[in-house]
Ligand binder design. Structure first.
Ligand code: ZN
Ligand code: ZN
Length: 414
């Protein structure tokens, strides 16, 4: 029991730290205990250790560690991919020899599919072009989305690549390239999640979430069967008349007798909520018609609105677009109808600039529309189908740049 409990506690501790590391900086969790813990574990404690090293070795230790961390964090290397693969393969190697002979044909078929799919989607997510912007495809990526004049404005160049930044794109400092519709740089696939591989990333999360849940449920049900072969009165739920303490002790013995499958089932149980959480967050972003990168920009806007520094005004949808800085045609069925700007002094912007009419101060993010939110179904299709043509916008516009379908503008989620 001692060893099993230690393993369980270590796994639980690591899972929790990973959860805090991944979720602690999300704008949606600002001002929650998760963000506070992130601040303590990943900012304050490291700073304290640096101060200690300064006093003891004159920062020698920190400098070499910083070089190592800089390489680990800011360069492309497959360490986490290898770790992820080792965890998958190692878990299956320990689990299957006990489980396979006890599995029904149905579970053998379903189990094989559940085991294979994460490898397949990981391969596809890693190998697919995430949407690297090149001189050849730059015009194409310029025509995918319009500028919304809120979080993406025309006329901005990438300082490294020299390109005019297409709407929704971002330069990745780790990949050292500009990526179309960048969501985030993902260490689990050793590359960016962007326009070209977002769907594979989503399927990788879904298949891994299913695998961990399925493995945990099947593992505990098989363990229960093994225990039942020794204790005829046993059942998965506490049998009638059996005290809780005896039920738990019997479970522990069952786990000890099948320690490999038991440990992997426990690991799967503990990691499963993390994967489902990551999947739910990714789906929620799609539901909101945004990306991780854009959610950070919206979050900044929210702070500026709280400070009274944000102003918006109307943008005529049939305005003429300047072909030097933006594509005159995009496949997106809507054009922006608002311009959002921030001022440093809290006074309305001066004359000139894009848009028309008077400037209104914006206090609430709900008063701002998110041009890229077309409703959950269309947002999802845009992730899965390359060059998705929106159902109601198949007819070509009579006038170039005309708004073809009018949905009620959706406010930003943040
Ligand atoms: Zn770039
Ligand atoms: Zn990247």
């Amino acid at each position: 029991m001692g060893l099993l409990r230690t393993i369980a506690l270590i796994v639980l501790g690591i899972s929790f730290l990973v959860f805090v590391l991944f979720f602690g900086r999300l704008p949606a969790l600002r001002r929650t205990p998760i963000a506070t813990l992130h601040n303590i574990f990943f900012i304050r404690i490291p700073h304290g250790l640096v101060a200690l090293d300064e006093a003891v070795t004159g920062r020698r230790l920190t400098r070499s560690l910083a070089r190592f961390i800089d390489f680990m964090m800011n360069d492309r290397h497959p360490t986490v991919v290898i770790f992820f693969l080792a965890l998958l393969a190692g878990g299956e190697f320990l689990y299957l020899p006990t489980a396979w002979p006890m599995m029904s044909t149905w579970h053998r078929v379903a189990g094989t599919i559940a085991v294979v799919l994460p490898y397949l989607f990981l391969y596809l997510a890693v190998m697919a072009d995430p949407g690297y912007i090149t001189p050849e495809n730059h015009a194409y990526y310029m025509s995918l989305y319009p500028y919304d004049y809120s979080i993406f404005y025309p006329g901005q160049h990438c300082r490294t690549c020299g390109f005019l930044k297409p709407p929704r794109s971002k330069h990745c400092s780790i990949c050292k390239r500009c990526i179309a519709k960048l969501d985030h740089h993902c260490i689990f696939i050793n590359g960016c999640v962007g326009y070209g591989n977002h769907h594979w990333f989503l399927l990788l999360l879904l298949s891994t979430a299913v695998l961990t849940s399925y493995g945990a449920l099947l593992g505990f049900s098989l363990l229960s069967d093994l225990i039942a072969s020794r204790h005829p009165a046993w059942s998965l739920w506490p049998p009638r008349g059996m005290p809780m303490s005896q039920y738990l002790v019997t479970w522990t013995r069952g786990l000890q007798d099948n320690v490999c499958m038991g440990a992997v089932s426990l690991l799967a149980t503990m990691t499963s909520p993390l994967v489902w959480g990551l999947l739910a967050y990714t789906v929620w972003l799609i539901y909101c018609g945004t990306t991780t990168n854009e959610s950070l920009k919206w979050s900044d806007w929210k702070d500026d609105m709280d400070d009274g520094l944000a102003f918006k005004r109307r943008m005529s949808p049939d305005r003429t677009r300047d072909p030097r800085v933006e594509s005159t045609w995009t496949r997106w069925p809507l054009g922006t109808q608002q311009v959002l700007v921030r001022t440093d002094d809290g006074m309305p912007p001066g004359p000139g600039g894009p848009g028309e009419g008077q400037w209104d101060r914006v206090w609430n993010i709900k008063d701002v529309e998110n041009l890229y939110d077309m409703g959950f179904w269309d947002n999802l299709m845009d992730v899965f189908v390359r060059d998705y043509s929106f159902g109601s916008s198949r007819e070509q516009p009579a006038v170039e740049g005309e708004v073809r379908i009018r949905k009620a503008p959706k406010p930003s989620c943040f």
